[in-house]
Write a protein that binds this ligand. Structure first.
Ligand code: FES
Length: 562
């Protein structure tokens, strides 16, 4: 432990890794652009600069705390310094802030406003650069890049992909894929974590909101929404509600008001995924083949395996994701002219994930050669659409989802967090339905924030070896161990984004530690409140197997190949 003086007050520190963290602990929000506690420190933007008692200025994110330090965070000199940095960054930045897709959630814009930068005295001398629209999910606009390197470190250190890097030097410096390739030509998995870390509009998501508005305005269409589990805990705080609270009922209400004909809950099709994946797992376990079973709900992970570990393609579960299963089932229901009533059905899925935009277009998950999910929008786009509609979201009464596909179990809800798919599958495997048995599963090692969780679970005389991973860099570590024969598992669950879908690339960015914890808590609270915890207790699921799914489970619920 040590003590330092910050702006004349004593502040104790223990394990804080840098002066910036001690300053923040003291309740002072130092501006930063390139610092993120989850990736390595780069020290490029210099906005976090502070001054010591000898007049030395330094970047607080790059300095270790030392006992006896005397720090000033807001002297006139520091304020002028920060303002100048911002002015210089803005000078080399395109000036279309009012129409930029990141407007309102751009850290550069927010800091310029906060630090009072009201004019830019310098001309932008950088030549205009081409925008890369090639990816199904991500747009890269080099004209808005401030060279902070945040996207590079997120892609390399969290996801182990390395699709982006620095090129050239000095005023020519740029962030781009190697050899100036298009993003679609790299091994980018469309997870969107680069967009979450990017403080400006240099990396953004392809938006599909206009397509949704157009569909809603067409009287010949039946527009059906499905809402993924993690969306419900990330919308409320944008409208002043408590962070992490599940607002699914309000989302259903607002979607009905916008004009959606039906609103379904993706927890329903998550229940279908559990039914199918559990059956597939038991088949493989009994036959002793294609183990470990690799989960297939996360499209970034599926792309990671097919691109980088093709020898494990057969280990991927053949199950479609909950998004894919819901869309296939709804479309099949309306293939029956009795149900269709002369209208064409458009499926809109509302997801925490940017890669779902890619997954929807993957031909191996089409039914009868047709794309099942027509439009994918992210949580961020949903929030924008609500704002656009002018509806007072915070004041809305909750509404129930529609039938027959609107009701999922608690096991479906927990798909939103890392470990949730595995926990739901384990619930399905055991015959018991009581609280003691479900609590034992929750405590077996499947929950918690660790990026790699390894545990065993007893099942019919076998100790199942299970690994739950979040973050693709961690997945690579596990897969390398499996490849070398150093680790053997029966089941591996991977979610590409750290902590699972609650921190997906399509969720509102700038989620601090408290937001992350609140979202996870919100998911588990929603599970606690569910009367039905397992898919096999869900009467609507069982009715579907007895009806529409008869003889069609493989066609509607599984991918044709990888
Ligand atoms: Fe410290 Fe950028 S936040 S240098």
């Amino acid at each position: 432990m040590g003590i330092m003086m910050i702006d004349g007050r004593k502040v104790e520190f223990t394990s804080e890794k840098n002066v910036l963290s001690v300053i923040r602990k003291a309740g002072i929000d130092i501006p930063t652009l390139c610092y993120h506690s989850e990736v390595s420190t780069f020290g490029a933007c210099r906005l976090c600069t502070v001054e010591d008692d000898r007049g030395r200025t330094f970047a607080s994110c790059s300095e270790e705390p030392r006992d006896g330090m005397v720090i000033y965070t807001n002297t006139g000199r520091i304020k002028r310094h920060r303002k100048l940095i911002l002015e210089l960054l803005l000078a080399a930045h395109c000036r279309d802030c009012t129409t930029c897709v990141k407007s309102g959630e751009c850290n550069l814009q927010r800091l310029a406003h906060r630090l009072g930068v009201t004019q830019i005295r310098f001309e932008n001398t950088r030549p205009p650069r081409e925008i890369d629209n090639s990816s199904p999910a991500i747009i890269r606009d080099p004209n808005k890049c401030i060279l902070c390197g945040d996207c590079i470190r997120a892609c390399e250190e969290l996801q182990g992909i390395g699709a982006l890097g620095f090129a050239f030097r000095g005023t020519d410096a740029m962030v781009m894929p190697a050899f100036d390739k298009k993003l679609s030509e790299t091994q980018c998995v469309n997870c969107g974590q680069c967009r979450v870390f990017c403080p400006t509009g240099a990396i953004s998501i392809h938006t599909n909101m206009d397509e949704v508005w157009e569909a809603l305005a067409d009287p010949d269409l039946r527009v059906v929404a499905q809402v993924a589990p993690a969306v419900r805990v990330a919308v409320g705080d944008a409208f002043g509600l408590k962070k992490g609270t599940s607002v699914m009922g309000k989302i259903v209400n607002v979607l009905h008001r916008m004009g959606f004909d039906e609103v379904y809950d993706t927890t329903f099709s998550a229940d279908l995924t559990v039914m199918e994946e559990s059956a597939e797992f038991l088949n493989r376990l009994h036959a002793g083949i294609k183990l470990p079973l690799l989960t297939s709900c996360c499209p970034s992970w599926v792309k990671f395996v097919t691109d980088q570990y093709p020898e494990f393609k057969d280990n991927l579960s053949t199950c479609r994701s909950p998004q894919g299963m819901m869309s296939a089932v709804v479309k099949e229901w309306y293939r029956d002219p009795k149900h269709a009533g002369g209208k064409r059905t458009v499926m809109v899925s509302i997801m925490p994930c940017t890669a779902k935009k890619m997954e929807a277009k993957r031909p191996n998950s089409f039914t009868k050669g047709e794309q099942d999910t027509d439009i994918v929008i992210t949580t961020t786009e949903l929030i924008r659409m609500i704002n656009n509609s002018g509806i007072d979201f915070a004041e809305l009464d909750p509404e129930a989802s529609d039938v027959p596909f609107g009701f999922g179990s608690g096991g479906g809800v927990i798909f939103g967090v890392t470990g949730g798919v595995t926990e739901a599958v384990l619930r399905r495997l055991i015959p018991e339905h009581n609280k003691v048995a479900l609590d034992a599963i929750a405590e077996c090692g499947v929950r918690g924030d660790d990026a790699i969780k390894e545990f065993t679970f007893p099942y019919e005389g076998t100790e199942l070896k299970i690994c739950v991973v979040s973050g693709l860099a961690n997945a690579r570590e596990v897969m390398e161990r499996v490849k070398r024969g150093e680790a053997q598992y029966h089941l591996i669950e991977v979610m590409a984004c750290r902590r699972g879908c609650i921190m997906g690339g399509g969720q509102p960015p700038f989620a601090g530690i408290r937001t992350k914890a609140a979202r996870a808590k919100g998911i588990y609270s929603a599970d606690n409140m569910s009367i039905i915890k397992k898919p096999d207790e869900n009467p609507m699921i069982m009715a579907l197997y007895d009806g529409l799914l008869k003889g069609k489970t493989h066609e509607l619920l599984h991918n044709s190949s990888y």
